[in-house]
Design a protein around this ligand. Structure first.
Ligand SMILES: O=C(O)c1ccc(O)c(O)c1
Ligand SMILES: [Mg+2]
Length: 629
């Protein structure tokens, strides 16, 4: 379907907005009146500019507080409308959005409201303009789409139809099924916005927290399906009032917006996309560090060994069980590190994954490889993390691991890191193969359990749509986590089997972009043994305050010896009806720390209840994020 967006959804001047909208591939725009009033461009200039960019002006909005007024006030309103019709003629727009009246002067009189809407439509028709009447959720007397449609039906004028806005409909829990009772040709316009579920004043909710479809809690798919079934054939148009998007760069926001519509069309079966090739695990995590010494020392202390070195670049592969960490010591932008800059995602069909990523406007990256390297397809995630689609071994074809032959003198190693490593982590054999003489079988790490990527504050919503839509991962519930100096929002995305887990989190303010620590969580079947091994090999683990264990004893009925062991090793504990979760942390190097985790039973979470304790402990260790001055 035709795709549009309201200029209010983006930051910048009107011409910057139009450029961003066109670059993202939209067909049209809703011009928000304030954007026009604040623009040095005349309506004719705007029309020309939009035409040059291939954009239609699908709607002009909003026109307010006109219906159900005492006669004198209504006539004044009509005069205001005449001026809008003149502007619209210059703009080349023929559809005017009229919001339901919010003024205390509005009368609770449907017959009057309908008669005045009819008179407005008659005037509009004389100018070749049509009126799309929309119920604001906080309208004084008209606040539901059913009511707005009743008035349109009563007014019965060909130049009068209704505008549906998903926010107003779903924020009030109206049933969108009733849309099918409206003749499609009387639905003049459809505005789409999602929003997180919140218990707050609906006007504030609407003006500050709307987001793009798929980023909030509304079922927009169903609403679109009903609207299409009603016979609506106009644009899908995004109208998103959002405090963050208003500040963020319009270019990426417009692409995010377009991705949300493409994804919504797929969900509503209006378009077909290449199916996702859902990744099943982390093939590798790449740490960039110009001075990689501290990272390599920490990896060694955690039981990793160097499995190989790239033939053409200062890049090493470190491995333990099915956990692989690539250490990249090449310098460059964003690479002062240590920082997690790339993830290899175990993907059965990398080419299919890239086809879908391209269909959803994910920026594909030039293949970063030398002649002779195994091909690796990659896209950039919203925060810039490079995502490589990998197949680690299996079919005997070229494999990225082959680009990292063992280093002479590192010790005997049957077949190097080899192809035995799978992200599912049942391959202790690979760890044994990559052993350093005299270090035993490592610390018992089997695989990467999850990675946690703090998102720039203005990219979190985009990321929470990107991973599900582009990669086919499932978004988990959004959680709030208290930090001594702030509050995080955290949301994990996982594959259906739970073997790939990426935890996205965000702090509220723009002050700390790109500095919050990232982490890699390593799975073990025996955390106490792994922690002891790591400690004995020089790993510094994060100390946890005694108070935590006193509380733990009161909360859970843990055996005294067990509690003593947790306390001794700084292990945090969580339990739910499905199982247990034990975890502890290393100190932070650069932007990165490691977590060691043990899951038992069917525990699927991340120990979120312990996050405040961990964050406070990091602050106490001088490794927390400091508040802005
Ligand atoms: O918040 C408002 O006033 C407003 C204006 C126009 C709209 O289309 C809308 O949905 C809300
Ligand atoms: Mg609206």
């Amino acid at each position: 379907m035709r795709k549009s967006i309201a200029t209010v959804s983006l930051s910048g001047s009107l011409s910057e907005k139009l450029d961003a909208v066109a670059a993202a591939g939209f067909d049209g725009v809703e011009i928000f009146e304030n954007d026009l009033l604040a623009s040095p461009l005349s309506p004719r200039d705007v029309r020309a500019r939009a035409a040059d960019l291939g954009l239609g002006i699908d709607l002009y909005q909003p026109f307010r507080d006109i219906e159900a007024l005492p006669e004198e006030a209504f006539v004044r309103g009509l005069r205001r409308a005449e001026q809008k019709f003149a502007v619209m003629a210059e703009l080349g727009a023929d559809l005017l959005l009229v919001c339901s009246n919010v003024s205390p002067a509005a009368l609770d009189d449907d017959a009057l409201a309908a008669a005045q809407l009819r008179r407005l439509a008659e005037r509009a028709a004389e100018h070749g303009v049509r009126i799309a009447y929309e119920a604001l959720a906080w309208g004084r007397h008209v606040s539901t789409y059913e009511h707005a449609w009743r008035l349109v039906e009563l007014a019965d004028h060909p130049a009068l139809g209704t505008c549906l806005d998903s926010f107003h409909i779903l924020s009030r829990d109206s049933d969108p099924k009733g849309i099918e009772r409206i003749p499609g040709e009387k639905i003049f316009f459809l505005q789409l916005a999602d929003a997180p579920r919140m218990a707050m004043d609906v006007l504030q909710w609407s003006r500050h927290y709307r987001c793009f479809p798929g980023q909030g809690g509304f079922d927009l798919t169903r609403l679109v399906e009903h609207t299409v079934r009603a016979g609506y054939a106009g644009p899908l148009s995004l109208e998103v009032f959002n405090d963050v998007f208003r500040q963020a760069d319009a270019g990426p926001t417009a692409v995010d917006a377009m991705r949300s519509l493409i994804s919504l069309e797929e969900a509503a079966r209006l378009a077909e996309l290449p199916a996702p090739a859902i990744p099943t695990g982390v093939a590798f995590a790449e740490l960039a560090a110009v001075d990689s010494g501290p990272v390599r020392a920490l990896l060694g202390a955690l039981g990793f060994t160097r499995a190989g070195r790239h033939t053409g670049k200062p890049v090493e592969l470190w491995q333990q069980g099915g956990a692989r960490v690539v250490v990249n010591s090449a310098g460059g932008a964003r690479r002062e590190g240590p920082a997690l800059t790339a993830l290899g995602l175990e993907t059965a069909d990398p080419a299919a994954a890239v086809r879908r990523a391209e269909a959803l406007l994910a920026p594909t990256l030039p293949r970063r490889r030398a002649a002779g390297d195994a091909p690796l397809e990659a896209v950039a995630a919203p925060d810039g993390t490079e995502l490589f689609f990998c197949r680690t071994g299996g079919d005997g074809g070229p494999c990225w691991v082959d680009d990292f032959p063992p280093v002479a003198g590192d010790g005997a190693r049957a077949g190097g890191a080899g192809h035995t490593g799978t992200a599912a982590g049942t391959d202790r054999g690979a760890a044994a193969g990559a052993e350093r003489p005299g270090t035993g079988a490592g610390a018992g790490v089997t695989r990467i359990d999850h990675v946690a990527l703090p998102q720039p504050w203005h990219r979190f919503d985009e990321a929470s749509l990107f991973y599900p839509s582009v990669l086919g991962l499932q978004p988990n519930e959004s959680l709030d986590v208290a930090d001594p100096y702030g509050l995080f929002r955290s949301r994990a995305v996982t594959d259906p089997a739970g073997t790939l887990r990426i935890a996205l989190n965000v702090a509220p303010g723009p002050d700390d972009e790109g500095t919050r620590p990232q982490h890699i969580a390593l799975a073990t079947d025996d955390l106490a043994a792994t922690a002891r091994w790591a400690r004995a090999h020089g790993a510094e683990l994060l100390p946890i305050p005694d108070n935590y264990y006193d509380d733990l004893r009161a909360r859970y009925d843990l055996a005294p010896e067990r509690l003593a062991e947790l306390r001794e090793l700084g292990i945090l504990y969580d339990r739910d009806p499905d199982g247990e979760f034990l975890h502890c942390y290393t100190v932070t190097v650069g932007r990165v720390f490691f977590e060691l985790v043990q899951r038992t039973g069917g525990y699927q979470g991340y120990g979120a209840g312990n996050a405040p304790v961990r964050l406070a402990a990091q602050h106490a260790a001088g490794q927390g994020h400091r508040p802005p001055r």
